[in-house]
Structure formats: structure tokens, C-alpha cells
Design a protein around this ligand. Structure first.
Ligand code: V47
Length: 377
């Protein structure tokens, strides 16, 4: 039973209790400051617990950004470098393999791989990142490339999305991360990342990935120049593809970090905006099993609170994260498994280690294996 009392929320409360889908207008109402945050949180928590009980998921993972050199100049990005920029890099095979070994030594089940679109490196160089890691560390799940990279590979090879994804799967690709989504609405997208893959291309890539049997994640970059209706439009578009394919596992709302970006004059969203966005996302995305509070981006305290505002996942131990730290994130670069479990346990939730595809992980010393599938209701 829900205890919320604001009359303004009554129609939405009734829908949430009976499992009825919320409309675009319901979403806009939830975005409004007239809806008290604690009551919104209670509604989102109700859905979160109905889907995932008291569990809070995490994984043991690491990041790899093979290059920061990028042909695009997205105004929100602090990570990119120009071709001749002294901070620009392309990782050698030895450096990539060393990261694979480090991941194996630390019990990682997943490597999250994304990066810039390097002017001088062709498709084969990007494919090699995947095959090199997969051939040497076959049990490491490679969650790699956003539709922005896939689109770039299509242009380089003059092949279709289906061809590129199939070839990457042959090389060892395991799933797609959620990045590159930003805000789909063209009023915003044209201002923050005009040249890169548009919303249509982003959705076509995930649709094709799902058809080929890959699972993927999805994101939304909020707290910059977008308005509430852009965010609700974004969530409704994701919900529509999920109705069609069912291939999304997790939604991750990403708070904009302004430092060292072309939007440095904008203030980082407050924790209240973070929690409202988390809750609205959980309520609108009724068909996506998991919502992630990415602690690197939210900060540990807000990520803990978010576990009561709709989130059921906190991402992983993380190692070598650059995109947020270049943009001013003050979170640590890594958390140990004990710290991560402690952070979850402190909220009263049950910490559950999962792999990328949401199987429970069983560990015995340094050995691990993926057990039963986690099924959200
Ligand atoms: O697409 C870039 C965002 C994304 C900034 O799938 C920024 O499990 C805020 O997608 N401030 C990449 N955000 C990160 C991402 C992700 C992260 C964690 C887990 C998963 C997953 C995916 O980061 C980009 C962009 O939307 N981003 N710069 C910035 N200054």
C-alpha cells in the first residue's frame, strides 16, 4: 500500500498501483516541482521493489577507452582530444593486453569499452581491440561500442549496421553499453552533438543488436540545456523500442558534469534533480527491468539514496574511468568489492553480484561462474 497523500498525484498513484502505463502528460506532471519529491520517491520505490524486491545489483568491472582522439566535438564532452593534441592517445596492443590481465587478476567479469573516433585508425584497429581481448581473456564479457561508434564503422567500411555488429560479435563483442543517447529530441541534439549519429540511427543500431541476440543498455544525459518535455520524450522513445524488442536490460540516467566542457557555465544538477530524474525514469520505463544509479556520476551518497528512488543497480567497482573524471567528477576512481557491498548494505538493501547479462555470480576464492538468471517482475 502506498501512503502518499497529495491529491495531485492520485490519478498517477492509481495507475502505478494497478500497473497501468503512464502517459507523456503524466511524465510531465511528475517532473513538476508541485509533486513533492518524497512522494514521487515512494511511488518509484514501490515499482522498484515490485520488480526487483530488496536486491541491489553490482558487478566487478573495469573500463577501457582505447583512444580519446575524436573527429566529433560534442559540447558536453571533456574527454575528447584533437588529432595533434598532446593529450591525445591510441592504446598499443601491449597496453590493451595489460588491461585484460589486470581485469582477470582482479576478478572482473566485464570490461566496458568506448572511446573517440580516431581520424587515422580504421575499422580493423577497433575490431582488433575486441578480438585481442576476447582471444586472450575469453571469460571477460566485452560490453563495447555505442551506436556512435557503430555508425562510424559503417561509414568506414561502407557496410550495414547488421554487418558491422555481426562481425564484432564474431570478434568477441558481448553486448552494447547505453552511451551516445544524450537527448534524442532534435531541438537539443542539434545543439549539443549536431554531427554524430542521430536518434534514428541510435535506435536502428539497438534494434538490429537486439535482433542479432545482443542485449544492451540505454542512457539519458540530463541537466544541461534540455527541458522536462525533452526528457519525457526521450523516455517514451526508449519505452517504444523496448515494447518492440525487449532487448534493453538497464536504463542509466547520466547527470551532466560541466567542468572542462563547452557548457562549463552550466551548474551541475543538484541531488534533488538527480533523485527526481531517477524516480521519473523508473515510473515511465515500466518495461525496462533495471535502473542504474551510476555511483561514479552521482557520488556515493546520492547513489545510496537513489536505491530508494527507483534504482536497483549501482554499477560496479569501476577502474580507469575517464569520461566523468575529465569532466570534474570527484568520486574515487575505484571502489573495492567490500566498499561497494558496504555502501549497499548501509541502505538496507541486499547486495547481489551479477554479471553483465544479469546472472547471479558465484565465487569460490579466485574462481567465479555465472549462476541463475535474475528475472525482474
Ligand atoms: O554517451 C559524456 C556521457 C556517456 C559527459 O551501459 C557525460 O552500463 C555527463 O554511457 N557529463 C558515456 N555525462 C557513459 C555511458 C555509461 C556509463 C556507465 C554505464 C553504462 C552502461 C554506460 O557519458 C556519453 C555521454 O552521454 N557524458 N560527457 C559529461 N561531461
Amino acid at each position: 500500500m502506498l501512503r502518499t497523500s497529495s491529491p495531485i498525484l492520485q490519478p498517477i498513484r492509481d495507475k502505478v498501483e494497478s500497473g497501468e502505463r503512464l502517459t507523456f502528460d503524466d511524465g510531465l506532471l511528475l517532473e513538476s516541482p508541485e509533486v513533492p519529491l518524497p512522494e514521487l520517491g515512494e511511488l518509484a520505490n514501490f515499482v522498484r521493489e515490485r520488480k526487483n524486491g530488496n536486491a541491489a545489483y553490482y558487478n566487478i568491472n573495469t573500463h577501457l577507452n582505447p583512444t580519446n582522439v575524436c573527429v566529433y566535438r560534442c559540447v558536453f564532452c571533456a574527454f575528447r582530444a584533437d588529432l595533434r593534441d598532446p593529450k591525445g592517445y591510441w592504446m598499443t596492443d601491449e597496453q590493451i593486453l595489460a588491461r585484460g590481465q589486470e581485469a582477470a587478476d582482479n576478478g572482473c567479469t566485464e570490461m566496458h569499452i568506448v572511446g573517440g573516433l580516431h581520424h587515422m585508425q580504421g575499422y580493423d584497429a577497433y575490431r582488433r581491440v575486441i578480438s585481442l581481448l576476447h582471444d586472450n581473456y575469453p571469460s571477460l564479457h566485452l560490453k563495447a561500442w555505442t551506436p556512435v561508434e557503430i555508425d562510424w564503422f559503417c561509414r568506414q567500411t561502407k557496410k550495414s549496421i547488421e554487418w558491422v555488429l555481426s562481425d564484432m560479435i564474431d570478434a568477441g563483442l558481448g553486448s552494447l553499453p547505453g552511451g551516445g543517447a544524450e537527448i534524442f529530441h532534435p531541438e537539443v541534439r542539434h545543439q549539443i552533438c549536431e554531427h554524430k549519429a542521430d536518434a534514428g540511427r541510435w535506435f536502428e543500431t539497438h534494434r538490429t543488436a537486439h535482433r542479432l541476440g545482443l542485449r544492451s543498455n540505454c542512457t539519458m544525459l540530463y541537466g544541461h540545456i534540455e527541458q522536462p518535455y525533452h526528457r519525457i520524450d526521450h523516455l517514451c522513445r526508449l519505452r517504444e523500442l523496448q515494447d518492440e524488442t525487449g532487448g534493453f536490460q538497464t536504463f542509466i540516467p547520466l547527470a551532466f558534469h560541466p567542468d572542462n566542457t563547452g557548457l562549463a557555465h552550466i551548474k551541475k544538477p543538484s541531488s534533488l534533480v538527480d533523485l527526481r530524474t531517477m524516480a521519473v525514469s523508473r515510473l515511465m520505463l515500466d518495461n525496462i527491468p533495471h535502473v542504474k544509479a551510476y555511483w561514479i556520476m552521482l557520488g556515493v551518497g546520492t547513489a545510496q539514496l537513489a536505491l530508494a528512488y527507483g534504482a536497483d543497480d549501482i554499477d560496479g567497482t569501476v577502474r580507469h574511468e575517464l569520461i566523468y573524471h575529465d569532466a570534474g567528477a570527484e568520486t574515487p576512481e575505484i571502489l573495492s568489492v567490500e566498499q561497494l557491498r558496504g555502501i549497499i548494505a548501509e541502505t538496507g538493501r541486499e547486495p547481489v553480484e551479477r554479471d553483465t547479462l544479469y546472472h547471479r555470480i558465484q565465487r569460490d576464492g579466485e574462481r567465479w561462474n555465472a549462476g541463475e538468471a535474475i528475472v525482474a517482475k
